[in-house]
Ligand binder design. Structure first.
Ligand SMILES: Nc1ncnc2c1ncn2[C@@H]1O[C@H](COP(=O)(O)OP(=O)(O)OP(=O)(O)O)[C@@H](O)[C@H]1O
Ligand SMILES: [Mg+2]
Length: 246
């Protein structure tokens, strides 16, 4: 088996035409089964995804086995062909919008997930109260949301067919939250210009005003804070506390 990706708590191998994603003990059995179940649910939609083949307990930890998708991620393609960034960004946004047209009524609900994240965050009660209120005030939708829609989670095959991977964070809910999350990840990655370009393009293509997407920023920033990454704290704090100044 060939190691493709090594993270602190996860390893991804290629085994012929299969992909093996192995989770260490920081992931509960329920987390791993939830990711596999999300994938199974998304397989029933019109989105191209790897096919779930198996979930098994290995000596290294629980593993999800899927088909291996030949190709390059949009992240790799953007790095290789910076002159084509706009074209790739357009393809990226179109794909995100296609995901929103899908329905998967048994997926977890975004609002429930975010309320739980706010509750478990380290922010003080007064801030959490504002965040819960803000979240409750948001429109309920039932669009399929990827939850971590970033260029490294899109694989383009040599024939140009896009596949979306990594459905660990998928829910159903309001599309603006998913766009806010994508913007946040670009920003945390130091890709401020790309983040802005993305938001502008998304707002235009989705016909959603940027103001509505901004309303989600404190909430998605709070969600991200629960990953406890010290380098992200300053930026996330400033976004969570944005309504202090309103
Ligand atoms: N089925 C697949 N076929 C081919 N390559 C894959 C497949 N699944 C994942 N990859 C490659 O492995 C990389 C990491 O996989 P994945 O996104 O599932 O894990 P991750 O990014 O570590 O997860 P998370 O975002 O939850 O931390 C992807 O960016 C992609 O390059
Ligand atoms: Mg990923």
């Amino acid at each position: 088996m060939k190691t493709l990706v090594k993270r602190s708590n996860k390893k991804i191998y290629r085994d012929g035409d299969k992909l093996v994603k192995v989770f260490d003990s920081t992931f509960s059995k329920a987390d791993v089964l939830n990711e596999a179940l999300n994938l199974a649910r998304i397989e029933e939609t019109d989105i191209n995804t790897p096919e779930l083949l198996d979930v098994e307990k290995t000596p290294e930890g629980w593993a999800i086995i899927t088909t291996f998708i030949e190709g390059k991620t949009l992240e790799e393609l953007m790095k290789e062909h910076p002159e084509k960034e706009d074209e790739y960004l357009e393809q990226f946004v179109d794909l995100q919008l296609k995901i929103f047209t899908q329905r998967a009524p048994h997926l977890n609900k975004l609002k429930e997930k975010l309320h739980a994240k706010i509750s478990s965050s380290g922010y003080e009660a007064t801030v959490r109260y504002d965040l819960h209120n803000r979240l409750e005030g948001m429109k309920d939708h039932n669009k399929v949301l990827h939850g971590d829609f970033i260029p490294s989670n899109v694989i383009i095959t040599p024939e140009g067919k896009p596949y979306v991977v990594d459905w660990a964070h998928a829910t159903q809910g309001n599309a603006s939250a998913d766009a806010a999350r994508t913007y946040l990840v670009f920003s945390l990655n130091g890709q401020e210009d790309l983040a802005k370009k993305y938001l502008k393009l998304f707002s235009k293509k989705a016909d959603i005003p940027m103001q509505l997407i901004w309303q989600w920023m404190p909430i998605v920033a709070c969600q991200q804070s629960t990953n406890n990454i010290p380098e992200e704290k300053e930026l996330l704090d400033s976004w969570v506390n944005v309504f202090d100044f309103q």
